[in-house]
Design a protein. Structure first.
Lengths: 113, 109
């Protein structure tokens, strides 16, 4: 596709529910990043993949958060037993390498009620 | 601890004014990015800098590596420039990225 595609665009989850957020990076982009952006804040780094390898997951806030990219293209961010503090926009970005040609998706707005 | 600090946090300007947004960082970097986020929209990369200055239309970005400081300038500002501008850096010690909290710019006609 022409850009980074994220789905769903909006997600409302009941507290305790599991959610899965999808990111389709630009074809051929090696690097893929997930970020969490709370209202009024800048993006906070969650995790980073190079192809299928998860090189950095230091930003994942708890063991309820899990990300995968099994074939080095599409990535899924899974949040188990969602809590209200998980409400945020989850952004995905991809690039050929590092931040060069870095392109963000439009994000998934998660609201936990 | 914020590795990237931006100022001002909020900025309102009259159309036509010259605008400056500042970014200071505390880590060693391989590159610095200025990003633009429109309300309800995705984020667009405006500039990637590792030294000097870049210009694109009415936007100018500068970086001083020694002082660990960058500025984004907008000349002849226009209401369509209203957005959040975010400074982001790529650490030179590994695959680590840091973001500022953003500067919310409103340009009034």
């Amino acid at each position: 596709g022409a850009g980074v595609s994220q789905s769903p665009r909006y997600k409302v989850a009941k507290r305790g529910q599991d959610v899965a957020l999808r990111c389709d990076p630009i074809s051929g982009h090696v690097s893929l990043f997930w970020y969490q952006q709370a209202l009024g804040q800048g993006p906070e780094f969650l995790t980073y993949f190079q192809n299928e390898a998860q090189l950095d997951k230091s930003g994942l806030p708890s063991d309820r958060f899990f990300a995968e990219r099994p074939e080095g293209s599409v990535s899924t961010l899974k949040i188990q037993r969602t809590q209200q503090e998980d409400s945020a926009v989850y952004l995905c970005a991809s690039s050929f390498t590092g931040l060069a040609g870095y392109t963000f998706g439009s994000g998934t707005r998660l609201t936990v009620v | 601890k914020n590795e990237v600090e931006q100022s001002p946090q909020n900025l309102t300007a009259q159309e036509g004014e010259f605008i400056t947004i500042n970014c200071s960082y505390s880590v060693g970097i391989s590159a610095l990015h200025w990003l633009q986020q429109h309300p309800g929209g995705g984020i667009v990369s405006l500039f990637m800098l590792s030294s000097g200055k870049k210009k694109h239309g009415r936007l100018i970005a500068t970086i001083n590596i020694q002082e660990k400081h960058s500025s984004l300038h907008i000349t002849a500002s226009h209401p369509r420039d209203s957005a959040v501008y975010i400074c982001a850096v790529e650490s030179n010690t590994g695959n680590q990225f840091y973001f500022g909290t953003g500067t919310s710019l409103t340009v009034i006609p």
